[in-house]
Design a protein around this ligand. Structure first.
Ligand SMILES: *Cc1c(COP(=O)(O)O)cnc(C)c1O
Length: 409
């Protein structure tokens, strides 16, 4: 076998990876159309996109926002989550899931994830419920949907609301229903790294008309439906997107299904190949998911069996030409926001006056998340748009690095 590329050998994976974002004349014409019409502001295109994206995910209502982050914040406000409420969140996610909770002056309570799905563990959620718990935010990590059956049952039993962070799950389905439309509401991001993008943007989906009206009001200056322009009912914000974004997103949406199916097929090729390699652990399929979108593909490295550390393995794999990364480096509660006692203006979450007690986040332990942060390997959604031969080369590169692990020490 050839030497590892990191040791001067030839690359196992000489692939010209697809560029991101994907765009064509469709986007160009859509943008020009908006430009020349002079109708730049929150109108026809935005509302058409809201209706189409909601229909794509099987939700009744869609309310666009400026980002996934602001979609989370507006959803929490509309769901009535506020000062001193506890919200159960996973620590294996992007900061926005948890910072949104703090922004509405609520208290994040961390529950661990399951090693099979990398999504929040319903049994740990159940252990963390108190009389102050108001909501749970499952995150559909990489496009894998959290166990919504058990979470909805817990919500029903304890009178909680479920806000799905579906910012990785455009196109994923749970028992035939789109992600984000299974809980009380769900949010998506259209930031540039995401599978459908306008540079920035977000949306809230829900089947609940009253909740949809509240979300609209919170994202549009507290205005009321069919009410006078300068009459305001809530302490809202301006989270509107522009017609330029609406037009781009409509063009992007026209490709989403085909891209989702291509990524799903390529992920299958990866799983078939990678599960044969000693020291590599692939994640099991979730039979309740009727369609699986991928924001990234994840496998785990068993460092002991493979005989190499994850970080050294990644250096060698990247040198072979695979665009892999370690993903989130540590659980969210190890960020300075939680781990360092400060006296800055954001005294929450440590000592919110309306919470009445202090939480010491340095005491939080979520062992599964900590292990996954040490052993996960992510392959981005952009790579999953390449051909099936490219996936075979990724598998070959992983096999090559594992086979020559002793030369990496
Ligand atoms: C990207 C992302 C967000 C935030 O979306 P923005 O549009 O970047 O604000 C929230 N949650 C998760 C899981 C994300 O990946």
């Amino acid at each position: 076998m050839a030497d590892l590329a990191i040791n001067g050998g030839p690359k196992a994976c000489d692939v010209a990876w697809p560029r991101w974002p994907v765009w064509s004349d469709e986007e160009r014409q859509a943008l020009n159309g908006v430009l020349e019409s002079g109708e730049w502001w929150y109108g026809e295109k935005v509302h058409e996109f809201e209706a189409r994206f909601a229909a794509f995910q099987n939700a009744r209502f869609g309310i666009t926002t400026t980002s996934g982050t602001t979609a989370l914040e507006a959803s929490l406000l509309a769901l009535g989550v506020g000062a001193g409420d506890e919200v159960i969140v996973p620590p294996y996610t992007f900061i926005a899931t948890v910072s949104a909770v703090l922004r509405v002056n609520a208290i994040p309570i961390f529950a661990d994830i399951l090693p099979e799905t990398l999504c929040i563990d319903p049994s740990d959620v159940e252990r963390k419920i108190t009389p102050r718990t108001k909501a749970v935010i499952p995150v559909h990590v990489g496009g894998m949907i959290a166990d919504m059956d058990r979470l909805l049952a817990l919500a029903h039993q304890h009178n909680l609301v479920i806000l799905e962070d579906a910012c990785h799950a455009w196109g994923s389905q749970w028992r035939g229903k789109g992600a984000g439309a299974v809980g009380n509401c769900g949010v998506f991001s259209f930031q540039v790294s995401k599978n459908i993008t306008a540079g920035e943007g977000g949306i809230i989906l829900t089947d609940d008309e009253d909740l949809a009206d509240l979300c609209r009001s919170f994202t549009n200056c507290g205005r009321g439906k069919d009410k006078p322009w300068y009459q305001h009912f809530l302490a809202g914000s301006n989270l509107r997107m522009t017609e330029f974004q609406g037009a781009i997103l409509l063009a992007q949406l026209s490709r989403l299904e085909e891209q989702t199916l291509r990524r799903q097929a390529n992920a299958e090729v990866l799983t078939q190949g990678l599960q044969q390699i000693p020291g590599i652990r692939t994640l099991p399929a979730e039979p309740r998911m009727t369609r699986r979108s991928y924001h990234f593909y994840v496998f785990r490295l068993d460092e002991t069996r493979a005989g190499v550390s994850r970080d050294r393995f990644l250096q060698a794999l990247c040198a072979e030409g695979v665009p892999a990364s370690a993903g989130w480096p540590y659980p969210l509660y190890q960020n300075p926001l939680f781990a360092v006692k400060g006296d800055g203006p954001d005294h929450c979450p440590r000592s919110c006056p309306y919470y009445g007690r202090e939480i010491d986040y340095t005491q939080v332990r979520c062992p599964v998340t900590e292990q996954i942060c040490r052993d996960a390997v992510w392959i981005p959604h952009t790579a999953l748009l390449a051909g099936a031969e490219a996936m075979e080369k990724v598998v070959a590169a992983v096999a090559k690095v594992v086979a020559q692990a002793p030369s990496l020490r």
